[in-house]
Design a protein around this ligand. Structure first.
Ligand code: HEM
Length: 453
């Protein structure tokens, strides 16, 4: 597209027209003016597998099932009252994060920021869903055991295959051959995921049936206790299982990727790191830990996370939107069934929109006051939560998890590049992650009594 000097293209894969877009104006034409028409998703091997035949909200094509699940998530799971109800569980895991990193500091080892960040997000999800951090006994130092590591690894494996180019998605006749092996890899990973999640869900469903549980204590209880108009359970066990796995997938990758990239970039530009820490000291001080309620006052810290999301997306494209009808956009005819891919890289690094686009520069968001949007970017100049009917439903929760992770790491510790390195190597791999996971030294910077034992 760069060579052709175009911000919209069309590639035919099998019988499907795939339309990549790198212009925010054209992206807005799709998701604002034509949002209702663009509100479906493609049928693919991987998404069909983890959603148990499209029982869930994120990947289901437009239709009754998608509307049902989206309504449950909006009204029961992600509404502000529910998020407030879950606040103490998130706080417990934010405290655990400090304990884990502090214990690594005491041992004199480098901190694997990717590992710590992924487990923080996984812990929050497990705590909110199942009211637990550990599948079995757990560890005294607060770190993940083999079971949690296996669960998170399997979820990341599935994430790598969600909407990855799979030949049988475009030539369905080849599906039984599984030529690129996606089906096998995803099935193996899903077996691991289900090994941990399903027994908890089955046991809890029984508890409700037997009257051993009558009041919700976590999101699994909420899913089980939602009723239809006749007072019967609204969701089947299959729907609950698939939706819970999908919410793990929807939440897991962004917060850890944002925090790891932001810290890596800022270690190479120490004046930015200093500015963020100074903001935390000014707003929160050093006599208490940063909390979710501080976030509205942490505009520089939030701008750093926002900049990380712009420059270092977790995937090259947004989730595909499928046209339900023929339409015309930017003067081009887009036939029904086309898949529109808003390019995360093309938008976030578009030199027409962003000055010096490859430079990590949080200050740019203050020039146009877009820092006030937090992590959201409804103008689609980069992809965060997008907008419209298929826009992200977890923007508030995603922001809370991401900013708390990043702010706790910055407030709690002084970060140092290992002495044998001059700078952090900011090379990205073909999946857009930092090619070498960020391994750096940390030192506690708050009074000792603030670090949970
Ligand atoms: C920083 C964190 C997050 C980011 C950057 C993010 C980003 C996105 C994006 C780009 C989409 C696709 C939008 C589109 O198709 O145009 C999406 C969809 C979605 N996200 Fe998030 N997300 C985050 C966290 C979460 C969390 C915490 C949840 C819920 C627990 C969540 C739930 C969903 C759902 C349900 C959809 C599908 C909506 C639909 O298709 O109807 N997300 N998210």
């Amino acid at each position: 597209m760069k060579e052709l000097n175009t911000e919209i293209a069309c590639v035919r894969l099998g019988s499907v027209y795939v339309v990549p877009v790198t212009s925010p104006e054209i992206a807005m034409e799709f998701l604002r003016q034509n949002d209702a028409v663009m509100a479906s998703r493609p049928i693919t091997v991987t998404t069909s597998m983890f959603s148990d035949g499209f029982l869930t909200a994120v990947v289901a094509p437009w239709g009754k099932q998608w509307k049902k699940m989206r309504k449950v998530l909006t009204h029961e799971i992600l509404n502000p009252t529910r998020l407030e109800w879950l606040r103490s569980k998130r706080k417990e895991e934010a405290d655990n994060l400090l304990q884990v990193v502090n214990n690594i500091c005491k041992s004199g080892s480098v901190v694997d920021v990717r590992l710590v960040s992924r487990h923080f997000t996984g812990n929050i999800l497990r705590r909110m869903m199942f009211n637990k951090r550990y599948y079995r006994q757990g560890r005294e130092d607060g770190g993940p055991c083999v079971e949690e590591q296996e669960h998170i690894k399997a979820l990341f494996t599935v994430l790598l295959y969600v909407y990855a180019l799979c030949v049988s998605d475009y030539l369905p006749i080849l599906k039984p051959l599984d030529l690129d092996g996606h089906e096998k890899t995803v099935r193996n990973a899903l077996n691991v995921i289900k090994k941990y999640e399903d027994p908890i869900i089955n046991e809890r469903v029984e508890m409700w049936k037997e009257g051993k549980r009558t009041e919700p204590e976590d999101l699994l209880d909420v899913f089980i206790s939602v009723k239809d108009d006749n007072g019967k359970p609204l969701l089947s066990v299959a729907e609950i299982k698939a939706q819970i796995t999908e919410l793990f997938l929807a939440t897991l990758d962004n917060p850890s990727n944002i925090a790891e990239w932001a810290l890596a970039e800022m270690l190479n530009q120490p004046e930015q790191l200093q500015k963020a820490v100074e903001e935390l000291d000014r707003v929160v001080g050093k006599e208490r830990l940063v909390e979710e309620s501080d976030i509205p006052n942490l505009s520089y810290v939030v701008a750093c996370a926002r900049e990380s999301l712009r420059l270092h997306p977790i995937a090259p494209f947004n989730l595909p939107h499928v046209a339900k009808e023929d339409l015309t956009v930017a003067g081009y005819f887009i036939p029904k069934g086309s898949q529109v891919l808003l390019s995360r890289l093309g938008l976030g690094r578009n030199p027409r929109v962003w000055e010096d686009p490859l430079r990590f520069n949080p200050e740019r968001h203050f020039k146009d006051n877009s820092h006030e949007l937090g992590l959201a970017e409804p103008g689609l100049r980069f992809i965060s939560f997008t907008r419209g009917r298929r826009g992200c439903m977890g923007g508030t929760l995603g922001t809370l998890i991401t900013v708390m992770l990043f702010a706790r790491l910055l407030q709690g510790f002084t970060w140092r590049i290992p002495p044998e390195l001059e700078k952090i190597d900011l090379k990205e791999n073909d999946r857009l992650f930092l090619a070498k996971p960020l391994h750096v030294y940390a030192e506690p910077r708050l009074p000792a009594h603030l670090y949970p034992a």
